[in-house]
Write a protein that binds this ligand. Structure first.
Ligand SMILES: [Zn+2]
Ligand SMILES: [Zn+2]
Length: 365
């Protein structure tokens, strides 16, 4: 069958809308009609080839849609089900077998090399040229063939076009708090950066009943928004010394800090503003090879610095939990979203990069 898709043909090229061929789902695979798909920072850095996913490619890794067809052996969904698409994992390595698919030992191969687990592609140009997928889903497209392991069944009483970003950016920010840090009630937490990931962390910190929730960002409008979503304090580093300000607000240092900006000097601030026994979570991904310097003697005070992948989340468990919180009004991630059409993808990407839109979603069908 044919699908209209946004194709990345060359390094840094804008997305180009083309008609492609989609294969039938093989054993263990699912054909999904995409309803909505978020645009994530990672799509844009792969469009620009900071990570060398083979081109041509269809990116998009925050899809939501309706199951159209299932391959042999698929047991968790049937046609008509509403699904969110998340990352690919193998299911058989040590990380997967111990309930940590976000750290799958073949994560790179399955999510960044453009093929399905069997090494072949499911989308092709009309002349037969293979087209890479992304995160095993390639959801900047009307139709996508994905592994059953990418698929998360979701309830039908929530707007399906809204749910795609739960598969990556929003589960990453909220998972940093709810899955990784699990902060004690009343504890203090600082989130550096108020983009979609940082704001998701702030909403999650409120859900977790943190007592002091500090948002740090250079844009005043983002700080105002962070307050609306649960921040108790905001800091604009343009105006003050961030570390001193955090120490003053928290009475000596924060229990937890989260770095989402990808800037090493901000990571240093995140670590320097910790209290004894505190933990910093790194989410922001800078260019490969980026280093940071830390004061060893401050870390000796039982402080921890840890990375985070995909919110340390098992999507089939965590995404329905987030939807439950959304339905209760406790996780209003719809406030981050602005809708575009597939044809407006380049505008949506520009608006994301300029900060005009926090989380663009392409409404596809
Ligand atoms: Zn694995
Ligand atoms: Zn992403």
């Amino acid at each position: 069958m044919l699908t209209k898709a946004a194709v990345t043909n060359g390094k840094g090229d804008p997305f180009k809308i083309e008609s492609l061929k989609v294969d039938e789902p093989k054993a263990g695979e699912v054909l999904v009609r995409i309803v909505g798909v978020g645009i994530c920072h990672t799509d844009l850095i792969v469009r620009d080839q900071y990570y060398p996913v083979p081109l041509p490619a269809v990116l998009g890794h925050e899809g939501s849609g309706v199951v159209e067809k299932i391959g042999d052996g698929v047991t968790t969904v049937v046609p008509g089900d509403h699904v969110v698409l998340s990352f690919a994992s193998c299911g058989t390595c040590k990380s997967c077998m111990t309930g940590r698919p976000y750290a799958c030992q073949t994560f790179y191969e399955l999510n960044f090399t453009g093929t399905m687990q069997d090494g072949t592609c499911r989308i092709h140009k009309e002349d037969g040229t293979d087209v890479s997928n992304f995160f095993g889903q390639a959801s900047f497209s009307e139709y996508a063939v994905v592994s059953e392991r990418n698929v998360v069944n979701v309830p039908k009483d929530v707007p399906l076009e809204l749910l795609g970003p739960l598969g990556c950016g929003i589960q990453t920010g909220s998972g940093a708090v709810l899955n990784k840090l699990k902060p004690e009630i009343g504890s203090s937490i600082v989130v550096f950066g108020s983009g979609s990931v940082g704001l998701s962390a702030i909403m999650a910190a409120k859900v977790a009943s943190c007592g002091t929730i500090i948002a740090v960002d250079v844009q005043e409008s983002r700080l105002e928004f962070a307050k609306e979503l649960g921040a108790t304090h905001t800091i604009n580093p343009k105006n003050v010394n961030v570390v001193e300000e955090i120490q003053a607000i928290t009475g000596g240092g924060a229990d937890y800090t989260i770095e989402t900006t990808s800037r090493p000097e901000v990571l240093r601030q995140a670590v320097d503003s910790l209290a004894t026994l505190g933990t910093t979570v790194i989410i922001g991904a800078p260019a490969l090879g980026t280093e940071v310097s830390l004061d060893v003697n401050t870390i000796l005070f039982e402080k921890k610095v840890t990375g985070l992948l995909l919110g340390s989340s098992i999507p089939q468990i965590f995404i329905p939990q987030l939807i439950g919180l959304y339905k209760e009004g406790k996780f209003p991630f719809d406030k981050l979203v602005k809708y575009y059409t597939l044809d407006q993808i380049n505008q949506a990407a520009d608006d994301s990069e300029s900060g005009v839109t926090i989380k663009p979603i392409l409404k596809i069908s």
